[in-house]
Write a protein that binds this ligand. Structure first.
Ligand code: SF4
Ligand code: SF4
Length: 462
């Protein structure tokens, strides 16, 4: 029985829009209500009846408000629970696609240990008053290269290990045996970067200031981390390595990396934009790499989770269980986390560090709550996909989010525009729906990803 007070039809009057999308599957198409991120897979021979399929409509009507509320809460009601903390501006590498301005990486400042501890004390107080007691906030030491300021970072980790979960995103070059022992014995999450399966590819873009590649050192660190589960490796996908993503997956799997990311290069500075592969190339080789990760899992029983894809898949299956917050609008910048520079300046995300317009305040001088409400932060936290063309009419807008505002601003000079990889997102969402149609998603996800999730809609027809 259809509740006439809520909705009589799809696509007319106040009824929700249900957009069919071709997912490239032999038997199924997907219908999506873009506003609520509700979707259903429908057999191709039955799609014409979907719009007035009474069981689908009536079941959807019962749940539509809760879907809309859930999406609204995810998009507008979260509070920051993590900080990307840059304890130094400097980096010992000069990767050509880096989003941090070169002069900062060359001659910027280190934060002193005393100031770092003071900043963490301020953050501890802020999170204590803003998060539920059982939720431990996260600090990710980020770069530039945080381990150039290793003593301050390690002192802070030991002083505040009860108050925060810590992570370190590092280029790996300064990870000697002692540093690895320190981090792994405390179960600190470690993020590394390696951009190729051969030294020549990996070293083309990630080099030190003398022009020497560092991939051998990173591979040595990966070997030493074998068996440690709390680390991941990012491969930044550029023109240089776009066609070797399958080989990269093979190398990571061979080296027993538990989690990787195949992240298309962020085009927030000209160096990144120059390295941008075409969306079509990026998507085709990425999907082949996902296929390969699946084959290797089937062959060996060992998973290599490609986390940026897993996140898209989860955003479809269980929107609020997603872990990364780039693929939703507004993105996580400034509302789920924020970034702190070596001078204590606060930005919505590390991608904005160095761009004055987006500096909201300073952690040593300003109230964090007030900073989160500044125009600088609001220009990011209030960037809504509904105001962006063509995203406002895109069926997959809540699985993509038109990332990234920093890219949109740099490339187009406007926040209300798309980022760099629209077609790439379209293809990965289609790939995700094909897996769902084939009931084959677990192989691509973290074990236990659904712990704590509830099935809120399950209508299976013939
Ligand atoms: S960037 Fe492209 S895929 Fe993403 S929401 Fe916009 S139109 Fe859709
Ligand atoms: S989309 Fe861009 S600005 Fe937003 S969180 Fe991701 S990297 Fe940061």
């Amino acid at each position: 029985m259809i509740d006439m007070k809520t909705q009589a039809y799809f696509n007319t009057g106040e009824g929700d829009s249900l957009q069919p999308i071709d997912i490239g599957h032999r038997d199924y198409v997907c219908v999506v209500s873009a506003d609520t991120a509700f979707w259903a897979l429908v057999r191709k021979d039955r799609v014409s009846g979907t719009q007035n399929e009474s069981s689908l409509l009536s079941e959807y009507c019962k749940k539509a408000k809760s879907f809309a509320d859930e999406m609204h809460a995810l998009r507008f009601k979260l509070r920051p629970s993590a900080v990307y903390f840059n304890p130094t501006d400097r980096c010992n590498l000069n990767c050509s696609y880096c989003y941090i301005p070169e002069d900062l990486r060359k001659s910027g400042t280190h934060m002193s240990a005393a100031k770092l501890l003071k900043a963490l004390e301020t953050l501890k107080g802020y999170f204590k008053s803003s998060l539920p007691r059982e939720q431990k906030p996260q600090i990710i030491f980020h770069g530039a290269e945080p381990l150039l300021n290793k003593e301050a970072v390690f002192t802070a980790i030991d002083r505040y290990k009860k108050d925060f979960r810590f992570g370190v995103q590092t280029n790996g070059t300064l990870l000697d045996g002692d540093a690895l022992e320190f981090l792994t014995s405390r179960d600190i999450s470690i993020g590394l970067s390696l951009d190729g399966h051969t030294d020549s590819i990996a070293d083309r873009l990630r080099r030190n200031w003398r022009g020497e590649g560092v991939s051998r050192k990173v591979k040595e660190v990966i070997s030493r981390l074998k068996g440690y589960q709390n680390y991941s490796v990012i491969c930044t996908v550029t023109r240089e390595n776009v066609s070797s993503q399958v080989k990269i997956v093979e190398l990571f799997h061979h080296m027993e990396v538990p989690i990787c990311m195949l992240n298309p290069v962020r085009c927030t500075l000209p160096g990144g934009y120059r390295q941008k592969p075409s969306d079509e190339d990026a998507a085709a080789h990425y999907m082949s790499a996902l296929d390969r990760a699946y084959q290797l899992y089937k062959k060996t029983g060992r998973k290599l989770v490609v986390a940026n894809f897993a996140n898209i898949l989860i955003s479809i299956l269980a929107p609020t269980a997603r872990r990364l917050m780039c693929d939703i609008s507004p993105c996580g910048a400034g509302r789920c986390f924020f970034a702190v520079s070596s001078k204590g300046d606060m930005f919505p995300c590390s991608e904005f560090i160095g761009v004055k317009k987006f500096r909201g305040g300073n952690i040593f001088r300003d109230d964090i709550r007030a900073v989160l409400k500044t125009a600088a932060f609001r220009s990011v936290t209030e960037r809504r996909i509904e105001d962006i063309a063509p995203c406002s009419r895109c069926a997959i807008r809540h699985f993509c989010g038109a990332p990234c505002p920093a890219e949109a601003w740099t490339i187009n000079g406007r926040m209300d525009s798309r980022g760099a990889f629209c077609r790439f997102y379209e293809e990965q969402v289609r790939y995700a729906f094909r897996l769902i149609a084939d009931n084959n998603t677990d192989a691509y996800l973290w074990d236990g990803w659904d712990k704590g999730t509830l099935t809120t809609f399950n209508l299976t027809g013939k």
